[in-house]
Design a binder for this molecule. Structure first.
Ligand SMILES: [Ca+2]
Ligand SMILES: [Ca+2]
Ligand SMILES: [Ca+2]
Ligand SMILES: [Ca+2]
Length: 316
């Protein structure tokens, strides 16, 4: 996903200034996947997160993008067709809330018009309905690409501004550099058909977004849209983490984040002291209720007066 930083770079090229750093940011444009409300973001390709936050609920669908166009990517959660975007990598209420599409729609994130801020596109089969503002309303652009069952990735593949699609079929990638119906402009093979793939601009000296593959908790990043060995290989997080990419610090380079749930089952809500032994017919029923909550809240309804772990011992 492109950023305002990159837009400024493009303007500077026109007047012939020497440029370093600063560039687009991009996550793969699809929902992050996985579950959990804990996010660990890393600004470098090292093994340790430098930003940890919680956002939303463990079951939320999550997207990454630069919603306010300030150069940094942040999180947005989706519940049905309502989206809650946060503009900083901190816990807190959504900065922007809006509805788009239908609850079952597949949604992609990208900077479709190249203005530096990320917005949504709804995918229905091989038809894409692009919206250039994070707001409720009609699509600005509609186009058709690939087949209905294709896996797609979003990125600024040519580095010229504007996010477009790559269709993935196994380990073959069909790159399209505009939002028009038509054939691919570049086709290449990378990784294995079963690889989990991430997209981003890993270095500031590559033109646009490229791919990386993940195997377990090892990541293999490639700095061009060509076949070949990885340019960067590193380990991060746990094999069970859900990984995604973005530019968390606005330096023009995309790095990793992972989404993780707390280990173990989700605790039931605390029922409070709202039952007593007369609510149960048998000791076994009382014991089952007691054991449901005891591991999390103790003897919350005071069913075990003598503290021996047996609830309502006077019941049959
Ligand atoms: Ca932002
Ligand atoms: Ca945009
Ligand atoms: Ca582009
Ligand atoms: Ca960065």
């Amino acid at each position: 996903m492109r950023t305002r930083v990159r837009a400024a770079t493009t303007a500077a090229v026109v007047v012939g200034l020497a440029l370093t750093g600063a560039g687009s940011a991009q996550a793969q444009g699809t929902t992050v996947g996985g579950s959990g409300a804990e996010y660990y973001l890393n600004d470098t390709f090292t093994g340790r997160a430098n930003i940890e936050l919680t956002y939303g609920e463990p079951s939320d669908q999550v997207y990454v993008g630069d919603w306010d166009g300030n150069g940094t990517d942040t999180l947005m959660v989706r519940r049905d067709n309502t989206f809650y975007a946060r503009n900083s990598a901190t816990p807190g209420a959504a900065d922007v809330t809006f509805a788009y599409g239908d609850p079952g729609d597949t949604v992609l994130v990208g900077d479709w018009d190249g203005n530096g801020s990320d917005t949504l596109a709804v995918r229905r089969g091989s038809t894409y309905h692009v919206k250039n503002t994070v707001s409720t309303g009609r699509a600005d652009t509609v186009f058709v690409y690939g087949d209905p069952g294709d896996t797609v990735l979003v990125g600024d593949w040519d580095g010229r501004g504007g996010d477009t699609l790559v269709v993935r079929r196994g380990s073959t990638y069909f790159v399209k550099n505009d939002l028009l119906t038509g054939v691919a402009s570049n086709v290449f093979v990378y990784g294995d058909p079963g690889d989990t793939v991430l997209a981003g601009r890993w270095t500031t000296n590559q033109a646009g977004d490229t791919l990386g593959v993940r195997r377990g908790n090892t990541y293999f990043l490639r700095n061009s849209l060509t076949p070949g060995v990885a340019d960067t290989t590193f380990a991060y997080g746990e094999p069970t983490d859900t990984a995604f990419t973005g530019d968390w610090n606005g330096d023009g380079k995309d790095t990793l984040g992972v989404r993780r749930g707390r280990s173990g089952p989700t605790p039931p809500p605390n029922p409070g002291d709202d039952v007593d032994c007369s609510d149960f017919v048998t000791q076994a029923q009382a014991q089952a209720w007691f054991m449901l909550y005891y591991p999390y809240y103790g003897d919350v309804a005071r069913l075990d007066a003598n503290g021996d772990g047996q609830a309502c011992e006077a019941l049959p």
